[in-house]
Write a protein that binds this ligand. Structure first.
Ligand code: GRG
Length: 291
């Protein structure tokens, strides 16, 4: 059921992304090709689905929020392209294919990521059928969470803080590096639909639980997942001498923590008055994911 719902969403999101991604002049079409390569490499589209479901939960007509949802996916894709670069994790494979810099070279991968990030805000700003004040507020929230106090800040702690990785520091890192964009997805969907401040707080809390669990599961998969299913080599964290939550707590305690976080997220969904069946299925699906 959730697989089918995700497949239907993916088809609609992919169609919109195909329209939104800029076609370029012949002189620089290489950057569009590189950006499209990663955008259409088979991502799960979790973040746009969360945005669209929160938008619907608070009464939005889902078609209006597609540009915004695609913009979040463009930011996510840029972060993966840059994360794979030799100066970051130096990963050769992503989603079962050569990573962007392996296919197009480092300079083009850097530029493709930059292009996706920059274009994403233009795409989100061209959201039609929603009050401009809501769009501006959501843009501010997205930029904050993709930026220094969000995903970038988390990546900085992760790659170059030099701090010994304690449980507290890792939790902060995960909330920012992985959680911030998931939080932006849920909260921007809610903002665009006109949710109340209390509902925005609840959406944020839900997404923080899901984001934290998502990253811990990523850690578990990086040490014990199946390379073919994952579409990338396992052991990237070890290769980069990164301490993960699995190193600190062990796999079993990590799994228990993810179960707790998922239960909390499910509890928050139950507290909403509207329809949350798909979000509940998605939340449980993410706990059990193997790629
Ligand atoms: C600006 C130089 C520069 C780098 C930015 C911010 C950043 C690098 C990277 C973001 C950190 C990151 C990649 C976190 C990992 C989050 C994560 C688990 C990603 C995988 O998400 P999925 O499973 O991916 O949703 P798919 O492939 O399904 O889209």
């Amino acid at each position: 059921m959730i697989e089918l719902a995700l497949k239907n969403y993916c088809e609609k999101i992919d169609k919109r992304l195909d329209i939104l991604l800029p076609a370029s002049s012949q002189y620089y079409k290489a950057v569009s090709e590189a950006a499209r390569y990663s955008v259409f490499a088979g991502g799960k589209r979790i973040r746009p689905v969360i945005l669209l479901e929160f938008y619907k939960l608070f009464g939005g007509d889902d078609d209006c929020a597609y540009n915004f949802a695609c913009a979040v996916e463009m930011i996510h894709t840029y972060s993966l392209i840059h994360d794979d670069l030799p100066c970051m994790d130096n990963d050769d494979m992503r989603r079962g294919k050569p990573s962007n810099h392996k296919k197009y070279g480092e300079a083009m991968a850097l530029l493709a990521g930059d292009a996706l990030l920059t274009e994403s805000f233009g795409v989100a700003s061209r959201t039609l059928g929603i009050e401009p004040e809501r769009i501006v507020r959501a843009l501010g929230f997205l930029s904050k969470n993709a930026g220094i106090d969000g995903m970038i800040g988390g990546q900085v702690i992760d790659t170059c803080s030099g701090e010994p990785a304690t449980e507290e520091i890792l939790k902060k890192t995960y909330l920012l590096k992985t959680g911030a964009l998931i939080k932006a997805s849920a909260v921007c969907g809610a903002i665009l639909a006109g949710a109340t401040d209390r509902e925005l707080e609840m959406a944020a809390e839900y997404a923080e639980c899901v984001g934290m669990a998502f990253q811990i599961i990523d850690d578990i998969l990086d040490c014990s997942g199946d390379e073919k299913t994952l579409g990338k080599p396992v052991g990237s964290d070890k290769k980069n001498s990164k301490t993960t939550m699995v190193d600190l707590l062990g796999v079993e305690r990590c799994r228990a923590l993810c179960k707790d976080l998922t239960d909390r997220a499910m509890g928050i969904l139950s507290d909403f008055e509207g329809e949350t069946d798909l979000l509940k299925e998605l939340t449980e699906y993410l706990l059990k994911r193997n790629y």
